[in-house]
Structure formats: C-alpha cells, structure tokens
Design a protein around this ligand. Structure first.
Ligand code: NDP
Ligand code: 8X3
Length: 251
C-alpha cells in the first residue's frame, strides 16, 4: 500500500477517491480550499479505516501556495505513489460572445494551470523513485464539444493533451499516466457551474440515471490495481443513457 495524493478531496470524485483508497489501506493526502471539510474528512477516514491522512489546504491556482504546501510536507509523505489530479470546475454555460471572462480565467487557471503546478512539484518525487502513477481527471467534454461548453471543453481537451505529453515524458521513469474521462455524475459540479442555483443543478440530472462519485472513484481505483507492466492510458465512462458529452437519451 502506498501514498495517494488527491486534489479536490473536499467533495465529489476527490472525496470518493479518498474514501476508497483509505478503505483499501492507503495513506492519503487530501487537498482542497475548504479547510473544515478537509478536517472532517481526515477525522472520518482515520476513524473508519484507521488511515494515515495528511490534509493540505491550498488553492491549486496559486502557484506559490501549491509549492509551499507540497514542499512543506514531511519527507516520508513525499513518496507519493499515486497522484490524482482531480480538482476542477465548470463555471457558467454560455456562448463565447456572452461568456464571463472571470469564469474563463477560473476554469483555465484551475483545470489546466493548477493541474500543471501540482504535477510539476510531485513528478520529481516520483522520478527520483522511478515509480508512480498519475491519474488526470478529464471529461467526456475533452472528447466532444457541446453547445455553450466552449471554454470548459477546451480545458478538458487540454487535460487530455497534457496527459499524452506526460505519458511520453515519463515513460523512461516507468511512471504510469492515465486520463479518465467521466460523463455526467451527480456531485457538486453543476451547483458550482450554476453558482449555487439548486434547481438548475438538479435539472441537469433529470430523465436519466447519472453516475455517482463512488461509481467514478471505483473506476479510478481499478486503474491502479493492474500489474506494473500494464497501464490504462485513456478511459471514458458514462452513465448507460449517455453516449457522449452532448447526447443523453433522457426518459
Ligand atoms: P465537485 O464540485 O463535487 O468537486 C470539485 C473539487 O475540486 C472540490 O473538492 C473542490 O474543492 C476542488 N477544487 C475546485 N477548485 C479548486 C481550486 N481552485 N483549488 C483547489 N481545489 C479546487 O466536482 P466533481 O467531483 O464532479 O469534479 C471533479 C473533477 O471531475 C473536475 O475536474 C471536473 O471537471 C471533473 N468532471 C466532473 C464530471 C461530473 O459530471 N461531475 C464529469 C467529468 C469530469 P474546494 O472547493 O474545497 O477547493
Ligand atoms: C463534466 C461533464 O458534460 O457536464 O465534465 O460537461 S459535462
């Protein structure tokens, strides 16, 4: 059992990943901006699973904060075996000409630059041990652009491309890179996208059975259980009623 670092563990996929990896006996580093949620999760994982948990409170958009938080952890925690780059969001849903530039900045800074800042700090630790597995959470939105999804889809396409690049760069060090692209899953994702509008968020999941955060976390976990010589490079998972990012067979 090794150490798993999960970004965005205060909700959704990240929290579900923290639970499954802790339940399976891993030590987990949980990160996010909401400190109280991190502390609650830390207590829960320690009590329920006897897991060793390190909670780190930082915003992935803040390069200095990312470096400071990660570099400050005790040396033994730097032996990270699995990095799950999960922190991310969609902000708004609108045509480019009506887009909110603040929304664009927050998506690009979080989904793309934040993922890069965290990876830039953690990859050298993996390289020095010639082992590791990086899991980047993309989206079906990386594969197919949908109406008004423009910038969000672009950030996830960037995650897809970065994952391919990482894989090439890290092969000499035998570090695995897996891009996982989920379709619709009911988490806080739509609540964040629609800035707290609960009705709009609920509407997204009407007429079909969405995935849960646990469904996605189970697949993430599975990808880490393969033999050392086997790697899932790219994986798309959706609810049964979803064919791609823009087609869901409702009702
Ligand atoms: P949630 O909103 O439920 O969780 C998002 C997590 O990301 C939270 O823990 C949040 O923590 C963290 N996060 C967001 N911004 C930052 C930031 N600036 N710094 C640090 N942490 C941050 O969404 P999901 O679990 O659904 O989403 C997780 C990932 O999966 C995202 O990358 C999303 O794009 C992707 N995805 C989601 C799908 C879905 O249908 N739900 C489908 C496909 C992909 P905090 O706010 O405490 O910082
Ligand atoms: C999240 C899936 O289709 O809501 O990445 O953009 S979608």
């Amino acid at each position: 059992m090794g150490i798993v670092l999960i970004t965005g563990a205060t909700a959704g996929f990240g929290q579900a990943c923290a639970e499954i990896f802790a339940a399976k006996g891993h030590d987990v580093i949980i990160t996010g901006r909401r400190k109280e949620r991190l502390e609650t999760l830390k207590t829960q994982l320690s009590q329920e699973y006897g897991a060793n948990v390190l909670a780190l409170n930082f915003d992935v958009r803040d390069e200095q904060a990312v470096q400071a938080a990660l570099n400050s952890i005790p040396e033994e925690w730097k032996a990270v075996d699995i990095l799950i780059n999960n922190a991310g969001l969609a902000a708004g849903l609108s045509t480019i000409d009506e887009g909110d530039t603040e929304d664009w900045n927050s998506m690009i800074d979080t989904n793309v630059k934040g993922l890069l800042y965290v990876s830039r700090t953690v990859i050298p630790w993996m390289r020095s041990r010639t082992r590791g597995h990086i899991i980047n959470i993309g989206s079906t939105a990386a594969k197919t652009v949908y109406a008004k999804g423009n910038v969000y889809c672009a950030t996830k396409a960037a995650v897809d491309a970065i994952s391919e690049g990482m894989r090439i760069d890290l092969l000499p060090y035998r570090i695995k890179v897996t891009a996982i692209h989920p379709g619709a899953a009911e988490t806080e994702f739509s609540l964040v996208r629609f800035k707290g509008d609960e009705d709009k968020a609920k509407d997204v999941y009407k007429g079909f059975i969405p995935m849960s955060a646990k469904d996605v976390a189970d697949v993430v976990y599975y990808c880490t259980t393969l033999p050392p010589h086997v790697c899932i490079n790219d994986l798309v998972l959706t609810p049964l009623q979803q064919a791609n990012a823009y087609y869901i067979d409702k009702n």
